[in-house]
Design a protein around this ligand. Structure first.
Ligand code: GLY
Length: 452
């Protein structure tokens, strides 16, 4: 079988890698992909091949000409642009929701209203198109809020606020400065919740749901909580798309999984199939909170695998991903058996840190970051430790270089969480990004507390 994974980030690389492990698959195409893959064993052997196009009709032609059996679309933007619809029109099998169903992620107000209507617990919220009314609201309610852009923002569109002035500033940044682009035309102001975040995933085949009985924890804040210097410099511990992840989440238990399915997944999936009447095929991602009083709340719903959650879940999943994807397409998820291995996994993300620019300095991710820094140390990575590439590029002279803020994932597994952490950190420390404007000083940074 041949699979094409559409995307270019760490999750998408990991999807390609996981399909390549399937007993049914002998070729994975990765489009538009990233050149990091060619520095991995599967890329070198040609098991994963990069296809450099992001033109949807060219992709459909490529799939037909090359006999691609299934396409998995990793991220929300191509889903919203209708890639699944284009491929299905060409008779190509896919994993991912059709364009109109992406609304569950791209229109938070729509999904929040649906959750409220069916009685699925979620924090108090109000939707605003007018920034002055939004500001008046946050000045008056008294409790802390999260301000969210009502649109796609690569998992970063929420600003967690300590007080009313911070919430007003967040409204200004989203609605006036448009830091998340047009997604900031409308905001959702939501009650701030405390507790533990849970990222929970469910596959849907248009008729059935297969909730994963395993979940992961993402680390969204850019810095470790005790890194007060950076937090001050950046004006707060900004949320990122994720700086690392571990699995199993410390709260994984059969009873909590059952509760999540009963209180959240089943009513929501039932509403998608029966109230909206949608034949949704793909993944649903439930971003949840368990508060100190053991109440569950839904923070967000996304229409794809999480990044970096997928990078650890994929390593722990022993069920063949191609079999799951085929069942999603065929409507036979009720026949799939879920198997998880006994290992613990930790993903530490190597990010662009402070670097010298041609003039002045780059603060580093999640602020302005440098590019084109040579990546070294990959040959020393231990056996069995996976590297998934995200923001990288190939330079004719330097070889593999940095290109994005989150550059690569180091994912290690072991029989305990502590051993997996130790292995991940030992290996990430072998890697360096050489700052060519600053005597090749290492400008890579990572959080130290993933999995703690
Ligand atoms: N891990 C956050 C996201 O994928 O949106």
């Amino acid at each position: 079988m041949k699979v094409l994974v559409y995307g270019s980030g760490g999750r998408d690389h990991c999807l390609a890698d996981t399909y390549a492990d399937s007993q049914h698959v002998d070729k994975v195409y990765f489009a538009p992909g990233n050149p990091g893959v060619l520095h991995t064993p599967k890329g070198k052997r040609g098991l994963i091949e990069v296809v450099r196009t992001n033109d949807f009709s060219q992709l459909a032609d490529f799939c037909i000409e090359n006999g691609v059996d299934l396409v998995d679309v990793g991220s929300e933007n191509p889903l919203e642009q209708g890639l699944i619809d284009v491929l299905n029109q060409g008779g190509i099998r896919t994993l991912g929701p059709r364009k109109e169903f992406v609304r569950l992620e791209s229109d938070r107000a729509f999904t929040d209203d649906l959750l409220a209507k069916i009685g699925v617990p979620k924090p108090e919220y109000r939707v605003f198109d007018d920034r002055l009314k939004a500001k008046e609201y946050v000045r008056n309610i008294g409790y802390q809020v999260v301000v969210k852009a009502n649109g796609l923002a690569a998992g970063k569109g929420a600003i967690v606020c300590d007080d009313a002035p911070m919430a007003e500033a967040a409204i200004e940044k989203i609605m006036v400065e448009k830091i998340f682009g047009d997604s900031g035309n409308r905001v959702v102001v939501e009650e701030r919740k405390y507790g533990t975040e849970i990222s929970f995933f469910v596959y849907l085949d248009g008729k059935h749901a297969m909730p994963l009985r395993m979940f992961a924890q993402d680390y969204k804040p850019a810095f470790d909580p005790d890194d007060t210097e950076s937090i001050e410099q950046f004006g707060g511990n900004l949320n990122t798309g994720g700086t690392g992840c571990y699995c199993p989440h410390k709260l994984v238990s059969p009873w909590l999984v059952n509760r999540i399915i009963k209180e959240i997944v089943n009513p929501f999936v039932n509403a998608v199939y029966n109230q909206l009447g949608w034949e949704y095929k793909g993944v649903l991602y439930f971003g949840l909170n368990l508060d100190p009083y053991e109440n569950l709340d839904v923070f967000e719903i996304n229409v794809r695998h999480g990044d970096p959650e997928w990078e650890v879940l994929a390593r722990k999943l022993s069920t063949d991903l191609f079999e799951i994807a085929t069942a999603v397409w065929d409507g036979t998820l009720d026949t799939v058996k879920q198997v998880w291995n006994q290992q613990h996994y930790v993903d530490v993300i190597a990010m662009e840190g402070r670097s010298k620019a041609a003039r002045g300095w780059n603060k580093g991710y999640p602020g302005r970051y440098g590019k084109g820094h040579r990546i070294v140390g990959l040959d020393d990575i231990g056996k069995g430790v996976a590297i998934y590439f995200a923001g990288v590029d190939e330079d004719q002279e330097k070889g593999l270089v940095t290109y994005g803020g989150r550059v690569l994932h180091v994912v290690a597994g072991d029989s305990t969480l502590e051993a997996a952490r130790e292995k991940a950190y030992k290996n990430v420390r072998k890697i360096a990004f050489l700052d060519h404007h600053n005597n090749d000083v290492n400008c890579m940074r990572f959080r130290e507390t993933i999995g703690l």
